[in-house]
Design a protein around this ligand. Structure first.
Ligand SMILES: *Cc1c(COP(=O)(O)O)cnc(C)c1O
Length: 409
């Protein structure tokens, strides 16, 4: 594979960084919009946007000016004092979603932790301490803290980290019957779900199932927590992913794309949980950081109808070009959050794409695309051609390997 990591960086990283990441042998040194450059000045089209973080690409000038302006005023004050950027961002988020109040943190996992605390407190205040269980879906992903590992409905994430936080029950997507039974049992505080499961393989939830969930939640006063960490902030072609479904969650969490590149998490509290927190019940030192919030305001204000229309149009372009292309089995997802199921191995597709100058992501056995929401049409078209080619090559490779004596160069 093409290698472009400086010897020094590689040696230091290999020696001193905790070995939690299997990195590709590419060292990014700069970028512009949807283009990234490695240390040999080789250009790549960025189809991952830092895992749905760089909403408007690399070094977006509007975001840079919002962030640097705030940096020139003050970078942090703590939550002991008022500051405008976090108050303003909270107002905008509430106006866009109909939620009532916001708690700011620094990551998706923290946003979800706060949601679980809010849901348990709502339930404890109203029904007493026994009603604490949170239902999550099998194949979900909610983060890496011990409690969010517990929330994540995939055994593979749990091994070696036991015991996890108590009080999470996993149910198959579509199994509303079990959810109804659990709800009737009187021990459930909330159901937490991603409307499009990201890490689980870019799988949108079924519309009828989501409606059932909402019905059960209403009937039993169970809170709906929408984990919009990946599918929020315009990614699916609506401001929030859940807006593709006819539901109003009680709590919405988001992070990744909200900051446009700086760490931020937000937990949006609706009517039921608006008043659960009081001074001392939750907190975060960095949460509501004015620089992150100033950047986030500049991001959210540009997620308008024109941008959302563009996202849907670009999504259709990708699907139209790839569906039926050699090596492509199927495509799933919404907007610019797409998973490509391929006949070849996803890892091979990604390797070929990289060699062709495109950086896609993986999710389970799929190739995952999460480009910047403003990726220019011509750059996107080039990326899709290269990915199509990579899918065909990966499929051919697999066939050759399956036939002893076949060759591939
Ligand atoms: C990435 C992700 C998280 C975790 O976010 P971090 O910022 O890595 O803590 C939680 N939920 C979903 C759906 C995610 O995609």
């Amino acid at each position: 594979m093409y290698k472009s990591v400086s010897k020094k960086t590689k040696e230091l990283d290999d020696k001193y960084i905790a070995a939690t990441y299997a990195r590709f042998p590419i060292e990014i040194v700069r970028g512009c919009g949807s283009l990234l450059y490695d240390n040999q000045d080789r250009e790549y089209i960025d189809m991952g946007a830092g895992i749905a973080v760089n909403t408007f690409g690399i070094c977006d000038p509007v975001w840079i000016s919002a962030v640097t302006e705030q940096l020139g005023r003050f970078q942090h004050t703590s939550n002991l004092y008022y500051s405008e950027p976090c108050a303003e961002l909270a107002k905008i988020l509430c106006e866009r979603t109909g939620m009532k109040r916001v708690f700011f943190s620094n990551s998706g996992a923290e946003a979800n932790e706060c949601a679980v605390k809010a849901a348990r407190k709502y339930s404890a205040d109203k029904y007493g301490p026994h009603r604490y269980n949170i239902i999550t879906l099998k194949n979900s992903f909610h983060g890496r803290t011990i409690t969010m590992l517990a929330a994540t409905g995939q055994d593979a994430f749990h091994t070696d980290f036991l015991p996890l936080t108590e009080g999470f029950i996993y149910v198959d997507q579509g199994d509303s019957e079990t959810i109804r039974k659990l709800a009737a049992g009187g021990t459930v505080a909330a159901v937490m779900f991603e409307v499009v499961q990201g890490e689980g393989g870019v799988i949108p939830l079924d519309h009828a199932f989501v409606k059932e969930l909402a019905d059960i939640a209403r009937e039993y006063d169970i809170l709906l927590i929408a984990d919009e960490v990946q599918c929020g902030n315009g990614r699916t072609g609506k401001f929030c992913g859940y807006m593709n479904y006819d539901i109003t969650p009680d709590i919405v969490t988001t992070a990744k794309g909200l900051g446009g590149g700086l760490p931020i998490g937000a937990t949006l509290l609706g009517d039921k949980t608006e008043h659960v927190f009081m001074p001392g019940t939750h907190g975060s030192t960095f949460g509501g950081n004015p620089v992150a919030c100033a950047g986030a305001i500049s991001i959210i204000n540009r997620i308008d109808d024109a941008l959302l229309e563009g996202i849907c149009r670009k999504s259709k372009c990708i699907i139209n070009k790839l569906l039926g292309a050699p090596g492509v089995k199927s495509i799933s997802g919404l907007g610019l959050m797409l998973g490509i199921d391929t006949y070849g191995d996803a890892s091979d597709v990604i390797r070929f794409a990289m060699e062709g100058g495109v950086l896609p992501l993986k999710a389970k056995n799929k190739v995952r695309l999460l480009p910047a929401l403003n990726i220019p049409d011509d750059i996107l078209a080039r990326a899709v051609d290269i990915i199509a080619d990579a899918c065909a090559k990966a499929a051919a490779l697999k066939k050759c390997l399956a036939q002893p004596g076949g060759n591939f160069h």
